[in-house]
Design a protein around this ligand. Structure first.
Ligand SMILES: [Zn+2]
Length: 84
């Protein structure tokens, strides 16, 4: 079991229970649920709205990934909730 920690609530969960967000090293793009060829600094969030909202307060996600987060990333994360 691969465990990761949500950056919003700090709960440790199995990787499959968290959304991965990666800042790609090459392009600098912030990618939600990247494929395996995307390498970069990553953060994890629970599949729930409050953890996603918290990640955008005080630029928590941006600080974690050490980059600025485009506005559309929040929408992509909320879409992940619908896909589940
Ligand atoms: Zn969480």
């Amino acid at each position: 079991m691969v465990e990761r920690r949500c950056i919003s609530c700090w709960k440790v969960k199995d990787r499959s229970e968290l959304i991965k967000i990666t800042a790609d090293y090459d392009s600098g793009n912030v990618v939600v649920s990247p494929n395996s060829i995307t390498f970069g600094r990553s953060a994890y969030l629970c599949y729930n709205k409050s953890c996603i909202e918290t990640a955008f307060k005080k630029n928590k996600l941006g600080k974690h990934l050490k980059t600025s987060i485009p506005n559309e990333v929040k929408g992509q994360l909320l879409d992940e909730l619908r896909n589940d």
